[in-house]
Design a protein around this ligand. Structure first.
Ligand SMILES: CC(C)(COP(=O)(O)OP(=O)(O)OC[C@H]1O[C@@H](n2cnc3c(N)ncnc32)[C@H](O)[C@@H]1OP(=O)(O)O)[C@@H](O)C(=O)NCCC(=O)NCCS
Length: 213
């Protein structure tokens, strides 16, 4: 493995009960259970190949996803995190966050994609995961820019990036094939300078949560 191609990977990140780690082969059953239980919650927001949801999200399908993610991560193209909740020392898979399409040289940028089990939505799991991943990307990951593209109709996802202070910077008509059609997306972004003065995105997120409580 060419370590120079993958600064900052593999890594485990944690803030309170939220833990981010590389996927394991043994995640297959839990991953499949969550994906199958959340079909109606996830399908409107994801691109996926033709096929039945239960087959695309079976434990056997996970083995292919796992191998593909590892290959991309080894090449330095992505950092695919399993998002877990830790409770009483036990770790439970509840979601996913990927720093993908990593391009280095003069760009040093990544796109973020994420989802969480609808049964734990609304607890700030993904904003916390995002803050951990972005600080890691801007630090050991040696990236400079993080971009997120979201369908205008996806209020909860827009709330995540807007709460964290991502800049809305573009409107992409017919940007991505999602849920059966080419869907418009809003482009949000953040560069490292925008959070450096505040001690990072996690520190900003903690301050925002404290102010809201
Ligand atoms: C978008 C998503 C990842 C947010 O994750 P999360 O951990 O729930 O994030 P938050 O806890 O900050 O909640 C975000 C917003 O969701 C809304 N929300 C809260 N509980 C909710 C629930 N049970 N169901 C739906 N929306 C809810 C709220 O508006 C909340 O914003 P708030 O700060 O005003 O309360 C999650 O809703 C999800 O997985 N959606 C389906 C997949 C998806 O859209 N992925 C992103 C594609 S760009």
């Amino acid at each position: 493995m060419n370590l120079a191609a993958t600064p900052g990977w593999p890594v485990v990140l944690r803030d309170g009960a939220v833990l981010l780690r590389p996927y394991r082969r043994s995640d297959a059953t839990a991953w499949s259970e969550i994906r199958c239980a959340n079909q109606a919650w996830l399908a409107p927001w994801e691109s996926f190949p033709p096929g039945r949801w239960d087959e695309l999200n079976s434990p056997a399908a996970f083995r292919w996803v796992y191998r593909d993610q590892r290959k991309q991560a080894r090449r330095g193209e992505s950092m695919p995190f399993a998002v877990c909740l830790v409770d009483g020392g036990r770790e439970r898979l509840v979601g996913h966050l990927n720093l993908g399409n990593i391009v280095r040289r003069a760009f040093c940028s990544a796109y973020v994609g994420y989802w969480v089990d609808g049964r734990v939505a609304g607890r700030g799991v993904i904003p916390t995961a995002m803050a951990l991943a972005v600080d890691h990307a801007f630090g050991p990951g040696a990236l400079h820019r993080i971009e997120v593209n979201i369908r205008p109709e996806n209020g909860p996802s827009r709330r995540v990036v807007e709460k964290l202070g991502f800049r809305e910077e573009a409107y992409h008509p017919r940007y991505m094939h999602i849920d059966g059609a080419w869907r418009d997306h809003i482009g949000y972004a953040m560069t490292s300078e925008e959070v450096a003065g505040e001690g990072g995105l996690l520190a900003r997120w903690h301050r925002l949560r404290a102010a809201a409580s």
